[in-house]
Design a binder for this molecule. Structure first.
Ligand SMILES: Nc1ncnc2c1ncn2[C@@H]1O[C@H](COP(=O)(O)OP(=O)(O)OP(=O)(O)O)[C@@H](O)[C@H]1O
Length: 244
C-alpha cells in the first residue's frame, strides 16, 4: 500500500500542512481563503496567529480543528492525514484530541460553572475532573456560580476549563480575548500560557492584539491567505509584562 505520510513528518510535529488551500464558493464569487499554506507546528508549543481581518486565520484553525475541509493540499495531525479523513473519522479526531475556545463563551446560562464544565467532561474519553479543570483556571471557588454572576474574563476562563477538561491534545482559541478589556484579557492569556506550560497542550491562539505575540513560542503572520512570516521567540514574556 502507498505510504500516505510524507517522510518529513515526525511525531514531534502536532501539525504539518503542505500547499493547503481553501476556496469558498465558485466562479466570480469564489473567495480564496487559503492559498497554499506550508506550515509546521511542533507539539507542545504555544502559537499565536496574527493577520488582518479576512486573511484566513480562522479558516486554517477550522481545518486543523476538523470542523472545515480544505479544497486542496494536505494537513496532518501527528502523522495522521486530516485531509484524507471521512466525517466519522474527523468527528472522532475532534472528540478525542481537540478543545475549542471562541470569542463568545457560549456557556449555558441555567447551569453553574461546574455544570458547564461537566457537560463536556461527561462525553470525553479521558477527562480530568471538572473541579480540577476549574482549579487550573483559578475558579475553583466560583464553581457554584452561574454565568450571570461571573465577569466576562471569568466566563471565558470557565469556557477554557470546559475545553481543557477533556484533556485535549490541542487547544484552538479563536479571539479568546476579543470581547474583553485588556486587563481582563491578560488574566485569560495567563490561564492559557499556564495551561500550556503545565499540560503541554499544543495551543493555537488567533488574536488581533499584536502584543500577544510576545507570550508565544512561535508567531505566524498571515496575509491574504498565505503565511508571510514565522517568528520563533527565544524568550516567552508573561502576559503581565505585555504592554497593550
Ligand atoms: N463560509 C464562508 N463562505 C464564504 N466565504 C467565507 C466563509 N468563511 C470565510 N470566508 C471568507 O474567507 C476569507 C478568510 O476568512 P477567515 O475567517 O478565515 O479570516 P480571518 O483572518 O480569521 O478574519 P477575522 O480576523 O476577521 O476573523 C474571508 O474573505 C472570508 O470572508
Amino acid at each position: 500500500m502507498e505510504q500516505s505520510t510524507p517522510p518529513e513528518i515526525s511525531p514531534e510535529h502536532a501539525f504539518v500542512t503542505t500547499d493547503l488551500s481553501k476556496v469558498y464558493g465558485e466562479g466570480a464569487a469564489a473567495v480564496h481563503a487559503l492559498r497554499g499554506v506550508d506550515l509546521e507546528i511542533p507539539a507542545g508549543e504555544l502559537v499565536v496567529l496574527l493577520g488582518p481581518s479576512g486573511s484566513g486565520k480562522s479558516t486554517l484553525l477550522n481545518i486543523l480543528g476538523g470542523i472545515d475541509r480544505a479544497s486542496s493540499g494536505r494537513a496532518f495531525f501527528k502523522g495522521d492525514e486530516l485531509t484524507a479523513m471521512n466525517d466519522r473519522q474527523l468527528t472522532a479526531y475532534r472528540r478525542r484530541h481537540v478543545g475549542f475556545v471562541f470569542q463568545f463563551y457560549n456557556l449555558m446560562p441555567s447551569l453553574t460553572a461546574l455544570e458547564n464544565v461537566d457537560l463536556v467532561a461527561e462525553i470525553a474519553i479521558a477527562p480530568m475532573s471538572s473541579m480540577e479543570a476549574l482549579d487550573m483556571v483559578g475558579l475553583k471557588n466560583r464553581a457554584t456560580h452561574f454565568p450571570s454572576e461571573l465577569s466576562g474574563g471569568e466566563q471565558q476562563r470557565v469556557a477554557i476549563a470546559r475545553a481543557i477538561a477533556k484533556n485535549p491534545t490541542v487547544l484552538f482559541c479563536d479571539e479568546p480575548t476579543g470581547a474583553l478589556d485588556s486587563t481582563t484579557g491578560v488574566g485569560v492569556l495567563k490561564a492559557l500560557q499556564d495551561l500550556n506550560t503545565r499540560l503541554g497542550t499544543t495551543t493555537l491562539i488567533i488574536t488581533h492584539a499584536a502584543a500577544t505575540a510576545a507570550m508565544a513560542d512561535r508567531v505566524i503572520h498571515f496575509a491574504d491567505g498565505q503565511i508571510r512570516e514565522v517568528v520563533k521567540n527565544d524568550y516567552k514574556a508573561s502576559p503581565d509584562d505585555i504592554s497593550w
